[in-house]
Ligand binder design. Structure first.
Ligand code: XMP
Length: 519
C-alpha cells in the first residue's frame, strides 16, 4: 500500500546510540521509526520505508548465535546503511568474514575515504573530507569484505571503516555517524537520507512541544500530578509543561532534599521556582537517604537504593498530601537507554535514578513528557517555553547528586568536603568564563588518601578529581581542554581552603570508554 509519508526504518540491535540515530534524523527533518531488529513485514508500517538503517549493538556476529534480520533486506531495492554491528551483520550475511581480535577501536579515530566509481558511493561521500575524525566503539572488525562489496574507507589502524555494495545502495560503516564527536556525521546521515533514499525534510520543534502538551492532557485527564523538581533543565521543563497543560491547581512540584546536593543548591532551587512562578514543596529527607546508602559501596546498588528511596519519599508525600494520580519525572532518553529499558537488548551501563530505581508496582502512574528526547532537544523546548537562559544553560547534575561522585562509602564528612571543593571549581569556571563553554563539570572525591606536605607537616588526606567535558547529548563526551594554569589555580585554591583534600587530579577520559559520572 502506498502512504503519503516517507521515512527510514531503523532496525534496533540494542546499541546505546540507536535512538541517537533516530533523533539525528529527526533533527535533520527526516521521518523515521525505530523497530526491533527482527521486524519482518515493513508493509504493515504506516509510511513508505525509503531506507533501512541497521543499528550498532553489543553482540558479536562471531558468536554461535547472534541477532540477525531477515534476508529480505538483501534482496529488496531499499537502500541500507549498516552501522557498526549493522555493518558486521551485512558483511556476515553477504559472505564476508568478521573477526574478534586485533583491531578494536574505542573513542576517537581517523579514517580515510577512498573514491571509487560507483554512483551511490559518490552521492554518499558528497562533501566529506578525504581524512576525517570519527568515533568508534567496536571490538570485532571486518577481516574479509564480501565479494559483492568494495571498501570505501579505512582507519589509521588499517581497519576497514566503510564498505559499499558494488552495484546497490547498501553501505556499511564501522564508526558511528550519529554521535556528536564524529566529524561530518550529520553530513553522512543527510547524504544517506536525501541523496540515497530521496527523502524530503519536515519541520519539528513547535510540533514536538504541542504533542508533548497533548500527550500530558490525554494521559493525566482530570488527575493530579506530583512532579519531582531538582532545579535542572529536565525537571524544570517537565514541571513547566505540566503546569501549562493541566493548570497550576493540578500540579505540585516537590524538591526532595536528599542531602547530596551541591553547596547552597536547595536555596537556589527555591528562588528558581519563584522566578518561574512555580511553588515548590521541599521535603527534607537527608537523614533517610544517608542512612540507606551509608554502608553501600557498589555503584549499582547505591543508584538503585537512591532511586527506590526517591519513589518511597514521593509515595509517602502523596499519601499525606494527595490524592495524586500521577508522578511527573524529567526522564530523558539517555537515562532509559543506559538503564537498559528500551527493550531490544541494549546492555545496562548504569541505572539512572528515575528509571532503574522504580518498583514493579507503583501507586502513581508515570508521566514523562521528555522520555524520547535528548538534552539539547529539551533545551530547544525550554527556549520555546521562554525559560530564562541561565536555567537553560545550567550544567546537568545527576539526580543521585554527589552520592555518585563519591565512589565507595558516602559519609557526611565526605559530602561536606566534596561540596566545598566542587563549589570552588564551579565558581572558578564561572569567574574565568569557562562555565558556558563547558557542557558539564563536577568534582569527584576519591576513596583514597595520599601523602603530602603542607607547612612543613606531613599530610595524609583525600584526593579529588576535576571533570569537565564537552558534549551535546551526553551519549558521547570529550574532555574539555582547560588550561593548565587555570587547573593549577583551582587545585591550589581547593587544597588551601578545603581541609581534608591534599591532591587534585584532572580526568582526561572521553566517553566512551569512560562515562561522564564515575559511578
Ligand atoms: P553518564 O555518567 O552516564 O552520564 O555518562 C550521562 C549524563 O546523565 C547524567 N546522569 C544522571 N542524571 N539521574 C540523572 O538525572 C541519574 O541517575 C544519572 N546518572 C547520570 C550525568 O550527569 C550526565 O549528564
Amino acid at each position: 500500500m502506498k502512504h503519503t509519508k516517507n521515512g527510514i526504518c531503523i532496525f534496533d540491535f540494542g546499541s546505546q546510540y540507536t535512538l541517537l540515530i533516530s533523533r539525528k534524523l529527526r533533527e535533520l527533518g527526516y521521518y523515521n521509526e525505530v523497530h526491533p531488529y527482527n521486524i519482518k513485514d515493513l508493509s504493515k508500517l504506516h509510511y513508505n520505508v525509503k531506507g533501512i538503517i541497521l543499528s550498532g549493538g553489543p553482540r558479536s556476529v562471531t558468536s554461535e548465535t547472534y541477532p540477525s534480520c531477515s534476508n529480505f533486506i538483501l534482496n529488496s531495492n531499499t537502500p541500507v546503511l549498516g552501522i557498526c554491528y549493522g555493518m558486521q551483520l551485512l558483511t556476515k550475511i553477504s559472505g564476508g568474514v568478521v573477526s574478534e581480535e586485533g583491531k578494536s577501536e574505542y573513542g576517537k579515530a581517523e579514517i580515510f575515504w577512498q573514491n571509487i566509481n560507483q554512483d551511490y558511493a559518490d552521492a554518499f561521500m558528497d562533501a566529506l573530507p578525504t581524512k576525517q575524525t570519527v568515533w568508534m566503539s567496536h571490538g570485532d572488525h571486518i577481516s574479509q569484505i564480501p565479494n559483492d562489496y568494495l571498501p570505501i574507507a579505512v582507519s589509521s589502524s588499517q581497519a576497514i571503516a566503510a564498505i559499499i555494495h558494488k552495484t546497490k545502495a547498501m553501505i556499511g560503516l564501522q564508526f558511528h555517524p550519529e554521535v556528536y564527536h564524529t566529524e561530518k556525521g550529520t553530513t553522512i546521515l543527510e547524504n544517506f537520507s536525501q541523496k540515497i533514499c530521496n527523502l524530503n525534510k519536515e519541520k519539528i520543534n513547535q510540533r514536538t512541544l504541542d504533542s508533548s502538551l497533548s500527550y500530558i492532557k490525554s494521559l493525566v485527564k482530570k488527575g493530579k500530578v506530583l512532579v519531582g523538581f531538582s532545579g535542572g533543565i529536565d525537571s524544570t521543563v517537565t514541571s513547566v509543561l505540566l503546569n501549562k497543560a493541566l493548570g497550576e491547581s493540578c500540579v505540585t512540584s516537590v524538591l526532595i532534599d536528599h542531602g547530596f546536593m551541591r553547596k547552597n543548591e536547595v536555596e537556589q532551587i527555591i528562588s528558581l521556582g519563584k522566578k518561574l512562578n512555580i511553588k515548590i514543596e521541599v521535603i527534607d529527607a537527608k537523614e533517610t537517604f544517608l542512612n540507606r546508602i551509608q554502608k553501600i559501596s557498589d555503584p549499582e546498588e547505591k543508584r538503585k537504593t537512591i532511586g527506590k528511596t526517591f519513589i518511597e519519599t514521593f509515595e509517602k508525600f502523596s499519601c499525606k498530601n494527595g490524592p495524586f494520580t500521577h508522578l511527573g519525572q524529567g526522564t530523558l532518553y539517555p537515562d532509559i537507554i543506559e538503564s537498559s529499558h528500551n527493550g531490544y537488548g541494549a546492555k545496562k551501563i548504569k541505572s539512572h535514578h528515575n528509571v532503574g530505581g522504580l518498583p514493579d508496582v507503583l501507586s502513581l502512574q508515570l508521566v514523562e513528557p521528555l522520555k524520547y528526547m535528548f538534552k539539547d532537544e529539551v533545551r530547544k523546548i525550554a527556549k520555546l517555553l521562554e525559560i530564562p537562559d541561565d536555567i537553560i544553560n545550567r550544567h546537568p547534575f545527576p539526580g543521585p547528586g554527589l552520592a555518585i561522585r563519591i565512589p565507595g562509602e558516602v559519609t557526611d564528612k565526605k559530602i561536606k568536603l566534596l561540596q566545598d571543593a566542587d563549589n570552588i571549581f564551579i565558581q572558578a569556571l564561572k569567574d574565568k568564563g569557562f562555565y558556558s563553554k563547558v557542557w558539564q563539570a563536577g568534582t569527584i572525591l576519591l576513596p583514597i588518601k595520599s601523602v603530602g606536605v603542607m607547612g612543613d607537616k606531613r599530610t595524609y588526606q583525600y584526593t579529588c578529581v576535576l571533570r569537565a567535558v564537552e558534549s551535546v547529548d551526553a551519549m558521547t563526551a570529550d574532555v574539555f581542554d582547560l588550561p593548565t594554569k587555570f587547573l593549577s589555580e583551582v587545585s591550589n585554591s581547593i587544597i588551601q581552603k578545603v581541609r581534608g583534600i591534599n591532591r587534585v587530579l584532572y580526568d582526561t577520559t572521553s566517553k566512551p570508554p569512560a562515562t561522564i559520572e564515575w559511578e
